[in-house]
Design a protein around this ligand. Structure first.
Ligand code: FES
Length: 71
């Protein structure tokens, strides 16, 4: 992977993957801060909703399949 902004590859331990017609996956450790000020630490892989219809926002709950989300 190409070094960017002078930061070492050693710091690039999180990967974002956008799935076709589905969620955005974040692989790695992240802190998720919600509008109510709560914070959650997520490990491994976290799926974030892109379709806007999840009942568990900001996370994907699989609703994108039911509604036929394209994007
Ligand atoms: S992307 Fe999966 S519920 Fe929205």
């Amino acid at each position: 992977m190409e070094e960017q902004s002078g930061k070492s590859e050693a710091y690039l331990d999180t990967k974002v993957e956008v799935l076709a017609d589905g969620p955005m996956l974040v692989h790695g450790s992240v802190i998720v801060q919600t509008p109510d000020g709560k914070e959650e630490i997520k490990q491994k892989t976290t799926a974030f909703c892109r379709c806007g219809e999840s009942a568990n926002k900001p996370y994907c709950d699989g609703t994108h399949v039911k509604i036929g989300f394209k994007g």
